[in-house]
Design a protein around this ligand. Structure first.
Ligand SMILES: [Cu+2]
Length: 220
């Protein structure tokens, strides 16, 4: 399930993460999701940071402790995913999407979206409801046809600045971008579909995700 990153990319991403994490305090509940973002970067790049893990296992935030437990299982058992989440967790994680919205969700511990493609009418207003039941953070970036191969690396190269910008790079082929959604967060994204029909790329640009986590917005 792990995307293939070169050693050089991993070193740069981990160094940026380490630096960024220095500004947060594990005792502050409001810092928990930032520290978790950092933990998931380590997890995704297969670099163990037991010190950060231990801190998050004792976080004042329940969702951060839960996410840290998932990471602990993976690290203790040398796995990339701890298996399906408890059923009650999945059932509870089902808020109702707004009426008339296209629905796009992440799949728990699969590093993918629940649909490979969705279709919109050219030039029409679109309401897209994006929901993240997964434990790790994800975003949704929609770009021009064929742009994933360029937007993905641009996000990876953002370094510590990426955390402050939801890992959305300044890139002329980015059309629409969500926030970085943590466990059980949702966002209603409203935009106007491109007027030119085609197959537009969508992807998650959290470090290490884009090679696996992507799909197609069909404009017709
Ligand atoms: Cu992702």
């Amino acid at each position: 399930m792990r995307s293939e990153l070169s050693g050089r990319e991993t070193t740069a991403v981990i160094a940026a993460t380490e630096k960024w994490l220095e500004s947060f305090d594990i005792r502050k509940p409001e810092d928990a999701h930032h520290l978790l973002e950092g933990l998931w970067v380590y997890q995704q790049h297969n670099v163990l940071n037991r010190d950060l893990l231990k801190k998050l296992l004792n976080s004042p935030e329940a969702h951060a402790r839960l996410a840290a437990q998932r990471v602990q299982y993976m690290w203790d058992h040398n796995k990339s995913a701890p298996g399906p989440a408890p059923v009650d967790e999945q059932v509870n994680a089902a808020p109702t999407p707004p009426e008339g919205a296209i629905v796009l969700r992440t799949v728990i511990e699969k590093m993918k979206y629940d649909v490979e493609s969705f279709t919109v009418a050219a030039g029409s207003p679109v309401k897209l409801w994006f929901y993240n039941p997964d434990y790790m953070p994800h975003n949704l970036v929609i770009g021009q046809p064929g742009s994933a191969e360029s937007i993905g690396p641009a996000a990876e190269a953002m370094g510590a600045d990426g955390f402050n910008k939801a890992f959305v790079p300044e890139h002329d082929q980015v059309l629409v971008a969500s926030k970085l959604l943590m466990h059980k967060e949702a966002e209603l994204i409203e935009f106007t579909a491109p007027t030119k029909p085609g197959k537009y790329d969508f992807l998650c640009t959290f470090p290490g995700h884009w090679k696996l986590m992507r799909g197609t917005m069909i404009v017709e």
